[in-house]
Ligand binder design. Structure first.
Ligand code: 3HC
Length: 316
């Protein structure tokens, strides 16, 4: 078959709803788009551990500490899952991490904001993981098999993450005046950055057209963002918190909540590295990645030992 015929057959498979597996033929652009997205998704999971890790030793109870510990461990597992999915394109995670450290690869801009109070642990679980659930339940239908399958388990764990966050923020909203103020302050700071997690508007998204054609995305950035807004506004009102948007209004015809325009200058400024915590997050990752080199060296040495022992057994 010519390359053109292969490309036609590939798109027919996508249109028929088939899953593409690592050994299947696929266009280079499809590979590139998926490797970029999955590796950046993995980076986001790992960097996203930092804001919460900061509060582990300051959790207000042993129960809160155990829940936060479990969540952070889950995020590490999500990162490893996604690095494995990205490695199906033949690029080792060592290279991916080098791309992160050099700035060639991104991670979600939301993690470049500071977690200032314990209420932020609630806002991150409720809003950031809540947004991730909306996005990732869509990605579980992605045409690339390893990515879609990784999403199934990740989404189950995200459900726990979102509920534990909402429990924190709901309890604080029902607590003392100071606690309610902390909860509202956290919502005020995390609301707009969580809307940005879905990416630029569809009309301004360079990747959405192809990603939708190849069913990497089966719903667009704006569709998912609106679903998140509609769900979250009700949740905020249910616990007596106010969405920090004076133009927020419910459209009875469309049955959607309408919000103010998003500050995309802020978004791109943070994506470009000028957010409150960009340098801190990356320097932290570089420091501890370097300090963990001995673990990787030991694991590699052990792997070599196992290989030579099994080769010796085979040769006898
Ligand atoms: N932060 C940083 N960069 C972003 C971004 C964000 N929130 N949204 C978009 N961008 C970047 C894109 O990466 C792309 O840049 P690139 O070409 O250099 O990669 C550019 O802005 C244009 O955006 P597009 O919408 O055209 O790009 P995509 O089609 O890739 O859509 C996306 C962006 C919706 C984030 C998509 O990449 C995606 O669904 N990624 C997988 C999910 C993910 O990465 N989530 C991040 C959070 S992980 C998380 O929250 C875990 C939870 O457990 C805490």
């Amino acid at each position: 078959m010519t390359e053109e015929e292969k490309a036609i057959q590939f798109q027919q498979r996508i249109d028929a709803g088939e899953k593409i597996e690592p050994r299947d033929w696929m266009p280079d652009d499809y590979k590139q788009t998926l490797f970029r997205q999955i590796s950046q998704h993995a980076h986001s999971e790992i960097i996203g551990m930092q804001p919460e890790g900061n509060w582990l030793l300051r959790a207000p109870s042993l129960r809160a500490k155990k829940i936060l510990m479990a969540k952070i461990q889950d995020e590490a597992g999500h990162g490893l899952y996604l690095y494995s999915a990205a490695e199906t394109f033949g690029i080792d995670r060592t290279e991916m991490i080098a791309m992160l450290h050099s700035g060639k690869a991104k991670y979600s801009s939301i993690f470049n904001y500071p977690a200032l109070t314990w209420a932020d642990m609630g806002a991150i679980g409720w809003l950031v993981d809540g947004a991730a659930i909306v996005n990732q339940t869509m990605l579980a239908k992605c045409s690339y098999g390893p990515y879609a399958r990784a999403m199934v388990r990740i989404c189950k764990e995200e459900g726990f993450h979102q509920r534990q966050g909402y429990e924190i923020i709901a309890n604080m909203s029902a607590g003392t005046r100071e606690q309610k103020e902390m909860a509202q302050d956290a919502l005020n700071r995390w609301w707009e950055p969580s809307l940005m997690m879905f990416g630029p508007h569809d009309a301004d998204s360079p990747h959405t057209h192809n990603s939708m054609k190849w069913k990497i995305k089966v719903e667009s950035n704006d569709t998912l963002r609106q679903r998140f807004i509609d769900r979250t506004v009700e949740q905020a009102h249910h616990i007596g918190l106010t969405i920090p948007d004076k133009n927020l209004k419910y459209n009875k015809e469309t049955m959607h909540w309408e919000t103010s325009p998003i500050n995309w200058d802020e978004f791109w400024n943070v994506v470009k590295g000028n957010g409150p915590c960009n340098h801190q997050r990356l320097n932290h990752h570089k420091k501890y990645h370097q300090e963990g080199q001995w673990v990787r060296d030991c694991a590699r040495a052990f792997e070599e030992k196992l290989k030579s022992e099994s080769a010796a057994i085979k040769s006898n």
